[in-house]
Design a protein around this ligand. Structure first.
Ligand code: PHE
Length: 457
């Protein structure tokens, strides 16, 4: 099938852009926490299994669908299987998921940019240790602050996407991803050389199989999918930009390795520092916006530098992820005949409105929430609903139908043809490794996880 779109220029470009999408908030604040909570090395072991056997298989699957069809999610499925145009619903489901993820992502990224700014101006360092929770609540529930920062963040995204696939996304990712790696390594070195750091390493890596509960296994699978940005069609779009002569398996393997590496390094940067400062680990927003500032304060004046570096790291990691979501949505409208620039601006405007609503719905436990946090249909505010759906349910559902499509609907020869670059590459692993996983293991695992997840909640 012809693909006349502008795509990425090289394997390196593909890997950096897709790793940019994969490495995000999920790696830096969610992964280390999950790892600590569900048994350290035991969790890591299961995570690695899931990431390579299911996550990476999905990544390859989305790449195959994207590159072979040349389209974003909605048109990609029917293009490959015209007999049943209704498969486009899977694509549209992905579009919907991306829409929601981007909204909540913008909110959290906005907080992060705000904290970067407060670190830079020295404001964060001037807050007393006991007051960080109150400060975070004040910041996240204020009427204008979260909005200003998320708007700035969104504007940066828009600029990159308007720059185009090569001169915007690829260029920025090639620049930012290596920089990100350096930043996280600097933070690791600092954390590991603090007195008392070993406790954090123990917390993170000590294998404790008793903590590896059923619920934990599901959380780990969800994290593996979310972290690789699969299950919502974003990687189908990036797949449609992969040059024809690129090796999809190699690309996917490198992207997965980068993603795991940065997640593990983030844990090594965070927990030793947390324990060295005499704090206990927390999850989610509390860890990043309440515990870490105390940790930075405990380092003396140099703490400001590390605080700036950390929030810069988090902001940039979030940026390259949000870019991929905005691009996925832009490409979707572009496929439907809209001009790229118009599509990107339109999506950004809608996302801005949605993100403001989500931001105003946030409420930190035990404190007053934002102006919309009192609206709790079904017992949850909108922030928590979006969080729950994007984190737990939607990506596995999208992922399930995506593997079903490849494993049971597409012709085996076509998949082989795409993965082998029309027979140029020798792929003896195809039958055992890929086709088996995509046909049996991945759908079964996703189904079990989904059903168990729904019944357990
Ligand atoms: N992978 C990103 C993270 O770990 C999140 C993401 C999901 C980005 C889906 C794009 C698409 O933070």
């Amino acid at each position: 099938m012809a693909n006349n779109k502008t795509g990425f220029t090289s394997s390196f470009g593909v890997v950096m852009a897709a790793a940019g999408s994969a490495v995000g908030l999920g790696n830096i604040w969610r992964f280390p926490y999950i790892c600590g909570q569900y048994g350290g090395a035991a969790c890591l072991f299961v995570y690695l299994l899931f990431v390579f056997l299911i996550g990476m298989v999905l990544l390859m699957t989305e790449f195959v669908i994207g590159r072979r069809s040349g389209f974003a999610a909605e048109k990609a499925f029917p293009a490959l299987y015209p007999k049943r145009p209704s498969w486009k619903l899977v694509g549209l489901f992905g579009v919907f998921t991306s829409f929601l993820i981007l909204a909540i992502y913008l909110v959290i990224s906005g907080w992060t940019v705000g904290y970067f700014w407060d670190s830079l101006t020295g404001k964060l360092a001037s807050i007393g240790d006991g007051a960080f929770d109150a400060h975070f609540v004040q910041f996240s529930t204020s009427v204008w602050k979260p909005v200003v920062f998320l708007a700035i963040f969104l504007a940066l995204n828009l600029i990159v996407v308007l720059g185009g696939v090569q001169k915007g996304i690829e260029k920025v990712s090639k620049l930012l991803m290596p920089f990100l790696l350096v930043l996280v390594i600097v933070l690791c070195v600092r954390a590991l050389t603090l007195p008392g750091a070993s406790k954090g390493i123990e917390y993170l890596f000590n294998p404790d199989f008793t903590k590896l509960t059923w619920e934990g296994i599901l959380a780990i699978l969800g994290q593996a999918l979310f972290s690789l940005s699969v299950g919502m069609g974003a990687m189908i779009v990036y797949g449609s930009y992969i040059p024809r002569n690129n090796n999809i398996l190699k690309n996917a393997a490198w992207i997965t390795i980068c993603d795991v590496l940065i997640a593990v390094l983030a844990g090594v940067a965070i927990f030793p520092a947390v324990f060295a400062a005499g704090q206990s680990p927390a999850g989610g927003p509390s860890l990043v916006y309440e515990v870490l500032p105390i940790v930075f304060n405990s380092m003396g004046s140099i703490g400001i530098v590390f605080s700036v570096l950390f929030f810069l790291l988090l902001s940039l990691a979030a940026l390259t992820s949000a870019i991929s979501l905005l691009e996925a949505l832009t490409a979707w409208l572009h496929d439907r005949g809209m001009k790229r620039s118009v599509a990107a601006v339109l999506i950004s405007a809608i996302e801005l409105g949605l993100a403001v609503v989500v931001a105003y719905a946030y409420k930190r436990d035990g404190f007053d929430g934002g102006i919309l946090s009192g609206f709790t249909p079904g017992g949850r505010n909108l922030f928590d609903w979006v969080d729950k759906f994007t984190g737990s349910y939607l990506p596995p559902i999208g992922a399930f139908f995506t593997v079903l499509f490849l494993g049971w609907v597409m012709k085996k020869e076509d998949i082989y043809d795409e993965l082998s670059n029309h027979g140029v590459l020798k792929i003896s692993w195809f039958k055992v490794f890929y086709y088996f996983l995509v046909r049996f293991l991945a759908p079964a695992a996703l189904l079990v996880a989904l059903v168990a997840g729904i019944f357990n909640s």
